[in-house]
Design a protein around this ligand. Structure first.
Ligand code: APR
Length: 239
């Protein structure tokens, strides 16, 4: 562990599964009863905005019913105690990393608790419904707010910042993601190209599992706290 200073952690839906949030690619291939293409594309929003707004309103409301789990809490502890650079890049649109106390978090696929005004382009914190055509608090125009979520076909957020961190990483850790969606699925190759070690923790090996030096299979709620303890305990005994 002595040669590790910079850590990049990628999280996906699997880290929030034990909190009770559905993953995307479950056994039935449906996501909360919908095909991803029907609710998570700009085309779907253009075709049926009411369906898409209702879908994300339900997911936003669901946040109030769930809590961060042991994996989120362990990463927040690592964030607070790790002396080197650390970046948690999440594909998740929930707020469970933040509610567990993590600070160095980037949401590359947007956030349920943010709204984006298509009229004035402002983004703002949002915890209410969007289906009832609210006015934008910035420009006052009604019915032009959309979920601030990166849909298929749209550009993920913060890519420059994330690429920089990957290129400087000594350790890349992927947690609870199937490795089905790019660019996140390619982060391991970017990090390894620059010499990082790569560790995966997932319920089952991801599609890109062979890119990792080590794959640990099991539940994030068990694997992640154990790994964080491994990372932090040598620091404690040294100090
Ligand atoms: N612990 C660890 N891993 C788990 C757990 C758990 N308790 N439960 C499920 N998993 C694993 C699954 O085995 C699966 O490999 O988490 C992974 C979740 O994969 P996906 O459902 O595909 O979610 P994710 O990889 O985050 O999806 C990426 O796809 O639709 C888009 O934008 C959306 O951000 C999302 C992206």
């Amino acid at each position: 562990m002595q040669d590790i200073s910079n850590i990049v952690i990628l999280t996906g839906a699997g880290i929030s599964a034990e909190s009770g949030l559905a993953t995307f690619r479950g056994p039935d291939g449906l996501w909360e009863g919908h095909r991803v293409e029907d609710v998570a594309t700009p085309e779907a929003f253009a075709r049926d905005p009411a369906l898409v707004q209702a879908f994300y309103d339900a997911r936003r409301a669901r946040l109030a019913e769930v809590e961060p789990n042991a994996a989120h809490r362990a990463l927040a502890r690592l964030d607070a105690e790790w002396p080197g650079d650390l970046l948690i890049v999440t594909q998740n649109v929930d707020d469970l990393h933040e509610r567990a106390g993590a600070k160095r978090v980037r949401h590359m696929h947007g956030e349920l608790t943010s709204a984006w005004c298509l009229d004035c382009d402002a983004r703002m914190r949002w915890d209410k419904d969007l289906c009832d055509h609210p006015n934008c608090p910035q420009c006052g125009v009604a019915g032009r707010l959309r979920p601030d979520i990166v849909w298929f076909g749209e550009m993920p957020y913060e890519m420059e910042r994330i690429d920089r961190a990957l290129m400087e990483a000594d350790l890349f850790v992927s947690i609870g993601t199937s490795g089905a969606v790019y660019p996140a699925a390619g982060f391991v190759q970017t990090a390894r190209y620059r010499g990082a070690r790569a560790l995966e923790m997932n319920l089952d090996p991801s599609l890109g599992s062979y890119h990792f030096h080590e794959s640990r299979t099991g539940r994030a709620g068990e694997l992640v706290p154990a790994w964080v303890e491994e990372m932090l305990s040598p620091l404690g005994s040294a100090g």
